[in-house]
Structures are given as C-alpha cells and as structure tokens.
Design a protein around this ligand. Structure first.
Ligand code: ZN
Length: 234
C-alpha cells in the first residue's frame, strides 16, 4: 500500500530542513524523517537534529502525534570519495568553474535515492527536501530541473510514483523565515533560532539574533542576511 498522506522528510537539523519538516507536518497525516552521516565537517548538525525533533514534539502536540520514525543512514563512503571543503579541513573558496568547493558531487542525488529506497519499504509516496535555487550556493543538484529529472528517474527505476516536494525551491531566505513563522509562529521561529544548525564551520558559539554560527561562512552569511531582511520587512 502506498500512502499518499505520508511523507519522508530529508531532515539534517538545519534551518531549511526544519522548515520543510514543519511544512510536511502541516500538510500530511504521517511524517517520517531521514538523515545522512557523510562525515560532514559540521556533523554537529546530526546532534542538533535530535534536539529539534524533541523540541517540536514538546511544543507542537498536534505535530507530535503525526511524527513517526527517524531513519539514520551511514553514508561515510560519500565522505571518503569527496575531496571538498565540506568533508575535508580545507578553506571555503570558489573554484575555477565558479562552483564553491563546498559542493559535494552527487550528494542530493544520493540522498533522494536512498530516501526513495526507504520510502519504498515504508510505503511512503511523498519525499520532501529543502533544496532551493533562489538564494543558494549554486550547487547544481539543488536546482529544480535536477530534482524533477530525478523524480522521473526514481519512478522509472523503482516502479513507483514518488512525488519529490521542494517547498523552498522558489523562496529566498527571508521568505523561508516568513514561511516558518506562518507555519509555526513564534514557537517554531524560536526552535529555528536556538536549535537548528547551519554553520559549515560547525561553530555553535553565542546565540546571535539570527541563531548560532560563525557568521562568516557562506551558510551563515545566507542565514543571517535572510533573517535581517525578514525582520526589517516585518
Ligand atoms: Zn558559519
């Protein structure tokens, strides 16, 4: 049985995937989560995601009732084969081809493929990911066309009709904060600020207005800027 009211969310513990989780909990009857350990430098996100799940259960009883299993996939082999600044102690910079060296080739393709394999077993149809090509680092596997094409490939290759949902695809970071506010109000914004992890440098440090992080790396810069624009608009 394929349940169209169930969803599996790619949930890393960051701002975007937490907003996607809220989006799915708002929309679907039963929601499961999945995470990948690919030996990312900011593995602290894997600890924070459990804190976020606990806080969501505690502060949103109506969502807690829908929140199901959490799946944790060891994808260490991706870290082994990836020579990138997200998986090695290398400074962040832009390569000659214009891509940041934080790009991990194949990452989102593998994440969705493994998520689909889990969803296949669990009878889940909807797969949700926080990919976005509006306010992003230029990673080609975050683009809408990549995800649409992958949806076709997965459905052909697994003989299913998965729907790959990317609710943030056409939102900038300020709009992502606004969406979180719309879905879960001040309580969700508070969870995002205090507990989600975005920083590539794995820095938690003091709590800034926009959350924890170094404030300098590309991920922090996007998060901080989006928050400031959202705040000044509100
Ligand atoms: Zn940072």
């Amino acid at each position: 049985m394929i349940d169209t009211r169930s969803a599996l969310v790619l949930f890393s513990g960051g701002q975007d995937s937490t907003t996607c989780l809220a989006w799915a909990l708002h929309r679907f009857e039963h929601v499961e989560t999945i995470a990948f350990d690919y030996r990312q430098r900011h593995r602290i996100e894997l600890d924070q995601r459990l804190v976020v799940l606990t806080e969501i259960r505690r502060r949103f009883p109506q969502w807690a009732a829908k929140l199901g299993d959490d799946h944790f996939i060891d994808m260490g082999v991706l870290g082994q084969i990836s020579d990138t600044s997200l998986t090695r102690e290398t400074a962040f910079e832009i390569e000659q081809d214009g891509l940041p060296n934080s790009f991990v080739p194949g990452r989102n393709l593998l994440f969705f493929t493994f998520a689909a394999a889990v969803a296949w077993r669990r009878g889940i149809r909807q797969l949700v990911g926080g990919m976005c090509e509006t306010d992003f680092s230029g990673y080609p596997d975050c683009r809408d066309n990549t995800i649409k094409s992958l949806q076709v490939t997965l459905n052909l290759g697994m003989d299913r009709s998965f729907v790959l949902q990317t609710p943030l695809m056409w939102l900038d970071k300020a709009e992502t904060w606004a969406l979180a506010d719309e879905l879960g109000g001040a309580a969700l914004v508070d969870i995002l600020l205090q507990h989600t992890h975005t920083c590539y440098q794995a820095e938690r440090g003091p709590l800034h207005a926009w959350g924890h992080g170094c404030g300098e790396c590309p991920a922090c810069a996007l998060r901080k800027r989006g928050f400031e624009i959202w705040k000044s608009a509100g």
